[in-house]
Write a protein that binds this ligand. Structure first.
Ligand code: ATP
Ligand code: MG
Length: 248
């Protein structure tokens, strides 16, 4: 079986710093795959290169066997690779429902249509997505008035609007209360399973990582230092030394 996503010898250098330094990543279809590691390990940079926000210095990115190295973000999105950002990224002035309608319109190549308040285009589809992420009750609120946790859930809805095969989440529970974290983790798990989505996420909360991941890749100083099942990673001496030790 071909992996859904693969990187081969991926390198991203910023001047003399190799933030991503020869990463071979294999993401199997249907998995929730965590990428973990200390601050500055290169996780976000890896995600940025995969999704076209940065061009790699060397190496290849393959999605469903197709070479997508260096493709711009919109083209990467169109073939089914969606992402959220470490910093919440929503349309602050629109309502929750309008935000998702705009995302759906953009995904269908309709981004030039002005979205008037009365526009009902994609309304039912947007409501269905909001139902999936538990925000349907807040559909008519302005996105900027949502709690932090609800904004992150909205971001997931916006990413789902492109109908992705793979969803990349950069620190989905960053800055959340324990209660919001638990809700978000359940949400990711449910949405992934229900839609048959593959998820790659980076996360510092190890309870979250060990709860939902099927597979874990550990990065340190731009390199992959370990990968395996959660139980293997939990007991890996090198991983404990460079990362997990400081978590417990
Ligand atoms: N645009 C940039 N220009 C120069 N250096 C950068 C740039 N982006 C990231 N870096 C550096 O690359 C390294 C990897 O950063 P990156 O943000 O990918 O780490 P990370 O694993 O996501 O960390 P965190 O867990 O803190 O989010 C760091 O040393 C960072 O300072
Ligand atoms: Mg990061």
């Amino acid at each position: 079986m071909t992996a859904l996503l693969e990187t081969r010898g991926l390198v991203k250098a910023f001047g003399g710093l190799r933030a991503v330094d020869g990463v071979d990543l294999v993401v199997e279809q249907g998995r929730i795959h965590a990428v973990i590691g200390p601050n500055g390990a290169g996780k976000t940079t890896l995600f940025n290169v995969i999704t076209g926000y940065l061009r790699p210095t060397a190496g290849r990115v393959l999605f469903r066997g197709q070479d997508i190295t260096g493709w711009p973000p919109h083209r990467v999105a169109r073939i089914g690779l969606a992402r959220t950002f470490q910093i919440t990224n929503i349309f602050p002035r629109l309502t929750v429902l309008e935000s998702v309608q705009v995302a759906l319109a953009a995904a269908r190549g309709r981004e030039k249509d002005p979205l008037s308040r009365s526009d009902r285009t994609f309304r039912d589809e947007a409501l269905a997505l909001l139902e999936d992420v538990g925000l349907v009750g807040l559909a008519d609120q302005e996105a900027r008035t949502l709690s932090h946790g609800d904004q992150r859930a909205l971001e997931v809805a916006l990413a789902l609007a492109i109908g992705p095969k793979l969803l990349i989440l950069d620190e989905p529970t960053a800055g959340m209360s324990p209660w919001e974290t638990e809700r978000t983790v359940d949400l990711i798990y449910e949405v992934a399973r229900r839609r048959g989505l593959t998820v790659v996420l980076c996360e510092h909360d190890m309870q979250v990582v060990f709860k939902i991941s099927d597979w874990i890749t550990v990065m340190h100083q731009g390199r992959v230092i370990a990968q395996g099942l959660p139980d293997q990673i939990r007991r890996n001496e090198t991983v404990i030394q460079v990362y997990l030790g400081e978590q417990v």
